[in-house]
Design a protein around this ligand. Sequence first.
Ligand code: URA
Length: 214
Amino acid sequence: MPATDFPNVTVIDHPLLQHKLSYIRSEETTTDNFRRLVREVAQMIAYEITRDLPTENISITTPITTFDSPVISGKKLCLVSILRAGNGMLDGMIDLLPGARVGHIGLYRDPETLEAIEYYFKLPDDIQERLVIVLDPMLATGHSAIAALDRLKESGVSSLKLACLIAAPEGVAALHAAHPDVPLWVGAVDSHLNEHGYIVPGLGDAGDRIFGTK
Ligand code: URA
């Protein structure tokens, strides 16, 4: 899997994911197909982002014999969705990680400054003991993801990963400057941000496209 120029970034170049991402980007994709495709891509990101989870052997008895077989060990997981677009990735992640707890951080972008303003914050009580995977489909300026990661670290979380569909180079650089310890898994790193803070070519407003609000 190729890394970008930034350390700690994994661009998932699997053809299935890239194929689905192309249709996610298309303005012709309907709301129901958009949701389904985001869910499917989130499943694939879940698969890759958990690739380094530790395992331990337990004794399993098959109809034939008993042997030692691997199961996931180590920290339990928590998925943290950055509202509202992060919720579009949640179901796909939960499909693969059904035992994960879920937290929500509500942030909106001030349209003038593009700064992240928090309006909701709810995490599981034992969040400090968990590996937290933050879901933010579009890493644009990076302000929302950085603010969410700041708050999670303030809450005592020490194991963090970030999952995005598409990132802008500006967002990747800002993330790396603020949280060099947090690895990013992403479907694509696009060209640039436009003057409104949208990723080019991107997919438009992820929240509007997931929820059909425009
Ligand atoms: N948020 C989005 O939904 N899309 C972008 O292109 C940038 C931020």
